[in-house]
Design a binder for this molecule. Structure first.
Ligand code: AMP
Length: 115
């Protein structure tokens, strides 16, 4: 498995460091953002390391990420009220952590220009 020793999200996704998990399957893990911008703010990450969406992500992994985002929204009870899925890739998007992740946000009216 392509896990990087110096990557915090690799460590969380593979339970080297534990976090507050919301969902997990063979390919991805979802855990709560440490600086939440909404009542629900969960990060969905692949267990293998990809820098961002432009890093040769296999279709199966991309599908697993989106599937997990929906599972998170269901578990959080925000499918009816609405939710947002965002992935920042690269400098102009303000990507701070260099391991592909989806933000799943909800639980309030999202009017701002986030994330
Ligand atoms: P981005 O700007 O899209 O790269 O977002 C990175 C996100 O990761 C930010 O919302 C941070 O609050 C979050 N974050 C960074 N380190 C951790 C961590 N160890 N556990 C949970 N969330 C984290």
């Amino acid at each position: 498995m392509a896990v990087h020793d110096d990557c915090i999200f690799c460590k969380i996704a593979n339970h080297v460091i534990e976090s507050d998990y919301v969902y997990e399957d063979d390919l991805v893990a979802a855990f709560r953002d440490m600086s939440p911008l909404a009542p629900t703010h969960v990060l969905v990450v692949p267990k293998d390391h990809y820098a961002d969406l432009d890093d040769g992500v296999p279709a199966q992994t991309a599908a697993a990420l989106l599937h997990a985002a929906e599972e998170v929204a269901k578990a959080e009870g925000i499918t009816k009220s609405g939710f947002r899925v965002v992935s920042n890739s690269g400098a102009d998007a303000g990507q701070a952590v260099g391991h592909l992740h989806l933000h799943v946000l909800g639980g309030r009216r999202l009017t701002d220009d986030f994330a």
